[in-house]
Write a protein that binds this ligand. Structure first.
Ligand code: ADP
Ligand code: MG
Length: 349
């Protein structure tokens, strides 16, 4: 019992240390939706770190591969996705700042990952709900040693304007209300949700009941505006204005994360409302995770490639490096096994 808990904690602790100051990128591929033809699928999850895109150009057919910290294929369950996010989320209770983004074109599954589908079930709940449940469960478990105070805020950024989506006190109700408010906006304004960023923020204050020491952590869970570029013919009036704001804020975010990833001294936080709001939780000791979403359809290929390129730019994963290490380990192990078998054979002779 006790030993196992210690061991488990150490594992989590190491994972958390590992994440500190790092930018991780997880890629998730949406399944084909009911009724969609899956014949022309150019996207393949080769293994749990690699995604391959079939391309055609004037030079003929080719393949482009991208490596991330993790790739979730179309059949990945919400539970699996959360399991790989949990250590990061829990670290907010230990006083870390955490930022999790969902990036991708409209329809690629950002809201599915962060919130879940329209008809929510226990199984289909997204990261937001699971994160809050997890945090409350842990604070309950720790209540004899640490007293936690948790507050939740939900905002929307639309055309560089910040809007508060909440007004009451009970967290889960609050969140449902926040999502409803966002949806109301969306019917009234032709799917506004895909053209605004929504951000669930959790502030944590923990007081050690013995020493009186206080720690503070903050977590942002962000469902970003759709990353697709607008068709030139559509880009007039309000649509053009929205597109420009989205473009500007997503580039600003990309620039901030890329400059953090490259450990540059100047980080350009002030170029958008989004990066200003998240400043405290991006960089330094904060931990950042970006979920990059991919639509599987052939029609989405252009956007898919530009999404993957964006992700590659903000990622600190060295192409192929991790794989090479793993391969070396595998080869080393195999060599040892062969040597052992040979020795065993020699003894028999
Ligand atoms: P976005 O927020 O990026 O615009 P959505 O999350 O709304 O995209 O996803 C578009 C549609 O695809 C929704 O109907 C959603 O329920 C469905 N969907 C997205 N991801 C998945 C998934 N992993 N499994 C099943 N359905 C999904
Ligand atoms: Mg959405």
């Amino acid at each position: 019992g006790y030993k196992k808990v210690l061991e488990e904690n150490r594992k989590l602790y190491n994972q958390v240390q590992d994440l500190k100051g790092n930018i991780r990128v997880y890629c998730r591929i949406r399944p084909f939706l009911p009724g969609q033809a899956s014949r022309l699928n150019p996207v393949e999850d080769v293994d749990d770190r690699t995604i391959e895109i079939a391309t055609t150009s004037k030079h003929g057919k080719g393949k482009k591969s991208f490596t991330f910290n993790k790739v979730f294929g179309p059949s990945a369950k919400q539970e699996e996705v959360f399991a790989d996010t949990q250590p990061l989320i829990r670290s907010v209770l230990d006083g870390y700042n955490v930022c999790i983004f969902a990036y991708g074109q409209t329809g690629s599954g950002k809201t599915h990952t962060m919130t879940g589908p329209k008809e929510l079930t226990q199984e289909s709940m997204g990261v937001n709900y699971r994160a809050l449940n997890d945090l409350f469960q842990i604070t309950e478990q720790r209540k004899d040693t640490i007293s936690y105070d948790i507050s939740v805020q939900m905002i929307e950024i639309y055309n560089e304007q910040v809007r508060d989506l909440l007004a009451t006190d009970d967290v889960i109700n609050l969140m449902n209300l926040g999502h409803k408010n966002r949806a109301v906006g969306s019917t009234a304004m032709n799917d506004r949700s895909s053209r605004s960023h929504s951000c669930l923020t959790v502030h944590v204050q923990g007081k050690d009941l013995t020493s009186g020491a206080v720690l503070r952590g903050c977590m942002h869970l962000v469902d970003l505006a759709g990353s697709e570029r607008l068709d030139k013919t559509e880009a007039v009036g309000d649509r053009l204005k929205e597109a420009q704001h989205i473009n500007k804020s997503l580039s600003a975010l990309g620039d901030v994360i890329a400059s953090l990833a490259q450990k540059q001294t100047h980080v350009p936080y002030r170029n958008s409302k989004l990066t200003q709001l998240l400043q405290d939780s991006l960089g330094g000791q904060a931990k950042t995770l970006m979920f990059v979403h991919i639509s599987p359809e052939h029609d989405a290929l252009g956007e898919t490639l530009s999404t993957l390129k964006f992700a590659e730019r903000v990622s600190t994963v060295e192409l192929g490096a991790a794989r090479t290490n793993k391969d070396n380990t595998d080869v080393k192990e195999l060599k040892e096994q062969i040597a052992n078998l040979k020795a065993a054979l020699a003894r028999k002779e």
